[in-house]
Design a protein around this ligand. Structure first.
Ligand code: AMP
Length: 378
């Protein structure tokens, strides 16, 4: 067990590291953070911020020497870097899970090989291969780069009418994945935690709404049948057991009209859809992550309030800073900002959680207006 007072090293210095560090500090840990840049979201709230690149193995080893346990919060750290430092200091979750999640093809093959339902997919290596798959499926589809794509980057929707040459040029890689387009009823996520003693907890299902491929809104409780939620949590638990997870794993799924759950992707870390746990759960996903990697007992995951979360992107600064005073004059509204200095369009700057949102979500519309976020259909 890594007792409170020991040193936790976080590789990656964004908002996920920041909120994990806040929870670790609450429990009396010392937190070191590693990544490019200084005065970063995680660095601002940590004891020591080390500036370094993710492929600088010597520097990473030096960082690892100073820590009692390591974790990571950024998706695209080269797995080879993590493999190189694990002999110095234990790292959780196991880097092989990150490796699975870093390559969409490897990830989907892994789901299939291990009996987890996922969207139909194929590897494609040319414009004509995209064309043949779309014709075979007679369905809309999405072409995605195998690596480094998130929040809709490196993706292109296609159908029978598409200019496949243009799509292939836009994707701009030698090999990509094509997935059947799922006409889902809902997108959901399940966050599961497991510690070294094999204790496992899952959070309730969160319902997610994306805009321009970026998470926009998370709703708890998710609006679907109990049985489906139970099945989704069971699936997450099975996966955590299968990979002998230590730490946190998030599983994003589509729920189809005929009640099928299809896994879209996984992330071995706290997740944007779990930010709501900071405000509605006794043990947030960030504290759960710290507990799990330190070998502490896991905390209760049942929320004590319904809630709704909206992401604040840099776009909210268009025409001037949002009116925080107006926003915070509303009841049951919590503001989280990540300490990022330069708001850019599409950049995640913070989020707002409204607990006790009621059933008509009218306050939520007002929050969106204040933040200049276009309405979504709830
Ligand atoms: P991803 O980067 O794969 O998580 O994709 C971002 C978002 O794009 C997802 O959360 C979905 O809203 C949408 N999306 C991605 N793949 C598909 C698919 N095969 N069918 C339908 N929607 C998708």
């Amino acid at each position: 067990m890594i007792k409170p007072g020991k040193i936790i090293g976080i590789i990656g210095n964004g908002q996920l590291g920041r909120m994990s560090a806040i929870e670790a500090k609450k429990m009396g840990y010392t937190v070191y953070v590693y990544g490019p840049g200084t005065e970063t979201p995680a660095g601002q709230v940590s004891d020591i911020e080390v500036e370094g690149d993710y492929d600088d193995i010597d520097k990473l080893k030096q960082f690892a020497h100073g820590c009692d346990v390591l974790t990571f919060e950024f998706e695209n750290i080269p797995a080879i870097s993590l493999e190189a430092i694990r002999a110095v200091t234990p790292i959780h979750p196991d880097p092989f899970v990150l490796e699975i999640s870093q390559n969409r093809l490897g990830e989907k093959n892994w789901f299939e090989a291990n009996g987890f339902p996922t969207t139909p997919f194929e590897e494609v290596k040319s414009a004509s291969e995209i064309g043949s798959v779309v014709k075979k499926w007679k369905s809309k589809a999405v072409v995605k780069t195998l690596t480094l794509g998130y929040d809709g980057k490196g993706q292109a929707k296609v159908d029978l009418e598409s200019d496949f040459q243009a799509v292939w040029k836009q994707i701009g890689v030698k090999s990509a994945i094509i997935e059947k387009w799922v006409e889902f009823d809902h997108e959901i996520s399940v966050i599961v935690a497991r510690n070294e003693s094999g204790e496992i907890v899952t959070y309730p299902v969160f319902e997610n709404i994306h805009r321009n491929h970026i998470l926009d809104t998370t709703i708890f409780p998710a609006r679907m049948e109990k049985d489906i939620k139970r099945k989704a949590r069971e699936m997450a638990k099975t996966m955590a057991e299968k990979i002998k997870l230590i730490g946190l794993l998030t599983i994003e799924m589509f729920l189809t009209a005929d009640g099928q759950l299809l896994i879209n992707e996984i992330a071995p870390r706290p997740h944007n859809s779990g930010h709501i746990t900071f405000d509605v759960c006794a043990t947030s996903q960030f504290q759960q992550h710290i507990r799990a990697i330190c070998g502490l007992p896991l905390g209760n995951t049942e929320p004590y309030s319904p809630g709704i979360m909206v992401n604040i992107l840099g776009d909210s600064w268009n025409g001037g800073e949002p009116n925080w005073k107006y926003l915070l004059s509303m009841d049951f509204v919590n503001l989280h900002l990540y300490g990022k200095m330069d708001p850019k369009p599409g950049r995640k700057m913070g989020h707002v959680v409204k607990t006790n949102p009621g059933t008509d979500f009218s306050d939520f519309d007002r929050i969106r207006q204040i933040l200049k976020i276009p309405p979504v259909d709830l």
